[in-house]
Ligand binder design. Sequence first.
Ligand code: SF4
Length: 231
Amino acid sequence: MEYMNQGKVIFNAFKDTLTGDLPKNESDYPKWFKDRYDKCLSCEYNIDNMDTESLDFISKAQKVTFNKGACSICHCFVKQKAWTKTEACGIEKTGAYPLWNRHEIVTRDKDPFNLVNLSYGFVNIGIEDTKESFVIDFGSKNMHNIPDINLQLISKNGVVVNSDNLIFYGDFDFGVSQKTNGTITDITINTKSVFGEVKEGFNVSVFSIPYNYMDKEYEIMFKIIYDHATN
Ligand code: SF4
């Protein structure tokens, strides 16, 4: 599976800017957007907060040509990036844990599912580089401070998920449960049960949800990552 085409993402963000869906006045900002945007405004990687001399060619051109903040890592304009729910903080590209997380993954038309992250304040979601699975990334935060994680798997194109039929791979299941209702499958990760199971260091667990499409059986794969090294 793959992320929605990046050109479409950028187009949608600027369309929202022009149509006014992205509010002009700060007093109209929804909280989720304000939280993200504030982090970008004060971030050391925002070109507005950096010496021009330290910038690469693209960032330098952005700083000279446009009078608005952009991320020196991904080169996105921060206001439009923070507004886009399918985006995560650009520092993710360096392998570091993002300063703000992805709210949803919209996949390409050929892919059978989108994923919604109702717990974006606590975990990041993504697609593995191999394109084989969704990734649920806890980073290295203290599990004691994290409530249950809630995600929604959204079926596209009439795909039917097999309810109550989760398959686990690996040593433990991370306390995952699911409940399917039509095109929406609610996935819950019981973090309290996770904490009793994790080892020091890097923990990975994989599970899949089977589904039928055109009379054939497939599985949608998920990988959960938790780094217990720094707790
Ligand atoms: S996207 Fe992330 S790294 Fe880039 S400016 Fe915003 S907070 Fe900083």
